[in-house]
Design a protein around this ligand. Structure first.
Ligand SMILES: NC(=O)c1ccc[n+]([C@@H]2O[C@H](COP(=O)([O-])OP(=O)(O)OC[C@H]3O[C@@H](n4cnc5c(N)ncnc54)[C@H](OP(=O)(O)O)[C@@H]3O)[C@@H](O)[C@H]2O)c1
Length: 321
């Protein structure tokens, strides 16, 4: 199956969080709480996970590398929400030494992921193209395809894949990756143009990690995006009675671009805030507002997580400040 992944979300699910369609016919809630960056220890991963679920978040992003797969399963159990109401993503990682893993360990690693979670994740990704050697990348994807065909995995996708990585697996794929989870926000759009073109051609849904980077991690605190986001926040307050901060507007832009937002927090109040943003109605931003954020962002290049996407994938000659 190919073609652009639709930007509109599906009808609200049980707890009012809308979903995007994936190319394999399944759907994915548009916003996830990740336990990879903000959460530091096992106790937090369970406690904050339970809190996120009780606030209504229905999508948890975890990974073998985060070492919180068991805690993800425990949080769902403890929350009482029920696994059938929570979408879970996990990812194939490497060992602590960061060396590529051997192909003959892939199946057993995935078995351990399933054991730790206590269920098959709804979505399973190759965490980055360097998890295996470049020669092993296509064979690794083939193993994920086999596991899917055997019913041992559900949806399968990739993360931090550059054009060369996507092209390598797409040329031989039986099942195309349904998502590519990448750092995605206005300040990486120019660099990502070739990646996004491949997503569009093959119906690969963009998943955006680090979506708040321009506001949280850029030295200017958002630079030229700030007045644009501010103006939109003011319009939403006056026309829709929605009092939203700039971070919420940036997450709404992510959604309006058709990307799943993968954010994080260990702070209880901010988790509650994230759940509130997740439940906002679709189409709060006008097309003009979405395009304005896009156009302002495209004139800069700033990435927080540089370790995978900027290797052998030249960055554009644009100001970072
Ligand atoms: N596939 C990959 O290679 C990859 C790489 C990176 C991340 N991820 C996934 O994406 C998730 C999110 O990544 P990210 O942390 O970069 O996302 P982000 O949404 O850009 O940033 C989240 C950070 O922002 C802070 N924050 C959240 N809401 C806030 C608010 N309203 N005001 C102020 N600060 C706020 C949080 O700190 P507090 O805890 O203090 O609230 C948290 O540390 C990870 O947990 C992981 O699941 C995947």
């Amino acid at each position: 199956m190919g073609g652009e992944a639709p930007r509109r979300t599906l009808r609200a699910s049980f707890n009012k969080i809308d979903s995007f369609e994936l190319s394999d016919g399944t759907s994915i809630p548009w916003l996830a709480w990740g336990n990879g960056s903000a959460v530091k220890d096992s106790h937090d991963a369970i406690e904050k996970g339970v809190h996120a679920l009780k606030c209504g978040i229905d999508h948890i992003d975890t990974a073998e590398l985060y070492q919180f797969e068991r805690e993800t399963g425990e949080a769902i159990e403890e929350s009482g929400v029920g696994k059938d109401r929570v979408y879970v993503t996990s990812k194939l990682g490497w060992d602590e030494d960061g060396k590529p893993i051997a192909l003959n360990t892939v199946r057993s690693r995935i078995e351990i992921t399933v054991q730790k979670l206590g269920f098959i994740p709804d979505l399973f990704l190759i965490h980055n193209p360097h998890v295996v050697t470049s020669e092993d990348l296509v064979p690794c994807w083939k193993i994920l395809e086999e596991l899917k065909d055997e019913g041992q995995l559900k949806s399968i996708g990739v993360s931090n894949f550059r054009p060369q990585d996507l092209n390598a697996i797409l040329s031989q794929a039986k099942h195309k990756p349904v998502v590519n989870q990448i750092e995605y926000h206005p300040f990486v759009l120019s660099h990502l143009a070739p990646v996004l073109a491949i997503h569009e051609q093959h119906g690969i849904r963009t998943e955006a990690f680090g979506p708040l980077t321009p506001l949280l991690r850029h030295s200017s605190g958002g630079g030229p995006l700030v007045p644009v986001l501010q103006r939109i926040a003011e319009r939403l307050a006056s026309q829709h009675d929605q009092v939203l901060d700039l971070k919420a507007v940036l997450l709404l832009w992510t959604r309006a671009m058709g990307a799943v937002a993968v954010s994080a927090s260990k702070n209880s109040e901010r988790i509650k805030w994230l759940a509130k943003v997740a439940k906002l109605p679709e189409d709060l931003l006008t097309n003009e507002e979405v395009n304005e954020i896009t156009e302002v962002g495209k004139k800069f290049h700033f990435r927080h997580y540089t370790e995978h996407m900027e290797v052998n994938f030249p960055v554009p000659n644009l100001p970072s400040e």
